[in-house]
Design a protein around this ligand. Structure first.
Ligand code: ZN
Length: 174
């Protein structure tokens, strides 16, 4: 595992994450913040998760008073980066390459190469999965909600989907 990945804390949910999983927002002046897409501005800055939830929450925070252009830029990047996981997963749902649900995933961790975790998973389950993923060096992403992930398998809710095939996992990660 790479221990040199720089970590920062999301200003909304206070979770510590790899810098690549966060958007950088530069502090231009006391009440003026601006999305720093290229992460190059030489100013103090804050970070926010690349999730719809945290972006939505920061958009309502008067302290940062982000411009609508900046918010839109972040949401658009999210859309682009998030790939079309749902459609890719739908196409594979009948194969043996996927497992879903916390229990199945935890049982099968040795054979798993990638995790898609619902953005609205409970904090407890999120921590449990991420701790295991880090321990076993499994890549993961937070994507969609429990309902959307559930739809793929015709279930009401699914907290997590695991990819057991290395090649498919690569395709989803890159
Ligand atoms: Zn966050």
């Amino acid at each position: 595992m790479d221990n040199h990945t720089p970590e920062r804390t999301c200003v909304v949910c206070r979770e510590k994450k790899d810098k690549k999983d966060l958007f950088r927002i530069a502090k231009i002046s006391e009440s003026n913040y601006s999305f720093d897409e290229k992460q190059k501005m030489q100013t103090r800055s804050i970070y926010v998760c690349k999730t719809h939830e945290c972006i939505q929450r920061i958009s309502k925070n008067k302290k940062y008073n982000l411009r609508i252009e900046d918010l839109l830029a972040m949401v658009n990047l999210l859309k682009k980066q998030s790939k079309d996981y749902l459609n890719i997963l739908k196409a594979m749902k009948n194969s043996d390459h996927l497992a879903f649900g916390i229990n199945m995933v935890m049982e099968d961790l040795d054979h798993i190469h990638f995790l898609i975790i619902a953005e609205d998973i409970s904090e407890k389950n999120d921590k449990k999965l991420i701790a295991k993923a880090k321990e076993l060096n499994i890549s993961y992403v937070h994507y969609g909600n429990k309902f959307q992930l559930g739809e793929i398998f015709k279930k009401d809710e699914v907290n997590v989907i695991a990819v057991k095939n290395k090649k498919i996992a690569r395709g989803l990660i890159d």
